[in-house]
Design a protein around this ligand. Structure first.
Ligand code: HEM
Ligand SMILES: *[C@@H]1O[C@H](CO)[C@@H](O)[C@H](O)[C@H]1NC(C)=O
Ligand SMILES: *[C@@H]1O[C@H](CO)[C@@H](O)[C@H](O)[C@H]1NC(C)=O
Length: 387
């Protein structure tokens, strides 16, 4: 399917000789018998951004005898073959947390300021911004395609089922973009990176974990409404479908459970959980009764309910409630319904540290899905429009 490739970075022979010479000098000067260890970094990169490091330690004496070089290259080729068999996912080859350090060191603080103001005004905005990044990444990668308005050339993803009358926060993203371009003096920060940073800042503001956001994504020049309808999971899916959906995006069961923990914040509209509270049996009757009060059998489609009882705080209540059959969405309760993900839900419900660590890790992984880098795509001047 998708291409997998390996990049092998090894010290060149001249560098090796230099190091060996330095080693000799050191030995003469200090009479040291400690052998200089040479590191050979083998960076393996697959499209999902996993990077595997291997440190091989050999002494220069051995190297000079050329005893091991053949063996090393055999090992490298073997590794290449073995690692190339890893399932293809997304490339983050050029993303880095320091991407804007030189071009605009003021960019990240500026994003944070605007997110802070928006979340202080309305706490739910933190949830909405986190969800925007997710819905961006699940449609052909994190390329800000979700932000584009319709043109004669394409339909906006905002009109796709999972987004229509549901995703929000676009005005905040516009505001961030204006502010960031102002402090940077030019449009250097992509809309896709703004989404990734705003998601992280939102989680932190609501009391959740922090992580280093990988940066350097560029923005798409098209939107894909049909893909949005096909690739974003629905709240009506069963566990098998959820697992398969995430797998298609290079994410595993652990990522599914950890990232679903995002439902510890924010709200859902009545039509997304009506069937669950009126027709399902794996639901606490008292909880179903409470939810029915504001979500009638007919009408009230857009009435809101909290995704977890502490939906303004990033905590483990979401997982706690799943254990009690109090998940709001069908897809939420699927994670604890006698299947393979039960044990992880149980673990997270009593271990905030584990949830936080995994959530941060999975957010980085999700943010690495198929980014546009190098000369691909563009840095939009206006997040709603192609330049
Ligand atoms: C596992 C599959 C998922 C499904 C089926 C799903 C489905 C939904 C649905 C139906 C809503 C309510 C939308 C509305 O009523 O307008 C929602 C809200 C939300 N989702 Fe998910 N979601 C999933 C995964 C995720 C992930 C991976 C994240 C982020 C990492 C996320 C973050 C959120 C947030 C924060 C909200 C609240 C948004 C707000 O209040 O504005 N969800 N989700
Ligand atoms: C969209 O949402 C608004 C309020 O959130 C609601 O009044 C309206 O009926 C919804 N429209 C559709 C088509 O669901
Ligand atoms: C999950 O749902 C799909 C339909 O979307 C169905 O084909 C499949 O049999 C279901 N799997 C289970 C285990 O219920």
């Amino acid at each position: 399917m998708a291409m997998t490739f390996a990049v092998l970075t090894i010290l060149s022979f001249s560098e090796v000789s230099n190091l060996a010479a330095m080693h000799d000098l050191n030995n003469k000067q200090h009479g040291s018998t400690i052998s200089l260890l040479l590191s050979i970094n083998i960076h393996f990169k697959s499209i999902n951004g996993h990077r595997k490091h291997l440190l091989l330690k050999i002494s220069p004496q051995d190297w000079r005898k050329n005893m091991v070089s053949l063996g090393i290259f055999t090992l490298i080729s073997t590794l290449f073959l073995v690692l190339a068999a890893v399932p293809p996912t997304a490339s983050s080859s050029k993303l880095s947390p320091n991407y804007y350090d030189h071009a605009c060191p003021k960019a990240l603080p500026a994003i944070k300021r605007v997110v802070e103001a928006a979340v202080n005004k309305e706490r739910r905005m933190g949830a909405s911004l986190l969800r925007l990044h997710f819905h961006d990444c699940f449609v052909h990668g994190c390329d800000a395609s979700i932000l584009l308005d319709s043109t004669s050339a394409f339909d906006s993803e905002k009109k796709a089922g999972p987004n229509k009358n549901s995703t929000r926060g676009f005005e905040v993203i516009d505001q961030i973009k204006l502010e960031v371009d102002k402090v940077c003096g030019r449009p250097v920060v992509s809309c896709a990176d703004i989404l990734a940073v705003a998601a992280r800042d939102s989680v932190v503001l609501l009391g959740g974990p922090t992580w280093a956001v990988q940066l350097g994504r560029r923005d798409s020049t098209t939107a894909r409404k049909t893909t949005a309808n096909k690739d974003i999971p629905t709240p009506f899916m069963n566990l098998t479908d959820l697992i398969n959906n995430f797998k298609k995006h290079g994410l595993d069961e652990r990522d599914l459970v950890a990232l679903s923990g995002a439902h510890t914040i924010g709200s859902a509209q009545c039509f997304t959980f009506r069937d669950r509270i009126y027709s399902e049996t794996n639901i606490d009757p008292k909880f179903a009764g409470e939810r029915r009060l504001t979500c009638p059998r007919t009408g009230g489609n857009s009435n809101l309910a909290a995704l977890d009882p502490t939906h303004a705080n990033f905590d483990v209540k979401y997982f706690n409630k799943l254990l009690k059959k109090r998940g709001l969405l069908h897809s939420d309760q699927e994670l604890f319904n006698g299947g393979s993900t039960d044990s992880l839900v149980e673990a997270y419900s009593s271990d905030a540290k584990a949830f936080w660590a995994d959530f941060a890790k999975s957010m980085v992984k999700m943010g690495n899905i198929n980014p546009l880098t190098g000369k691909k795509g563009q840095v939009r001047l206006n997040c709603r429009k192609v330049n």
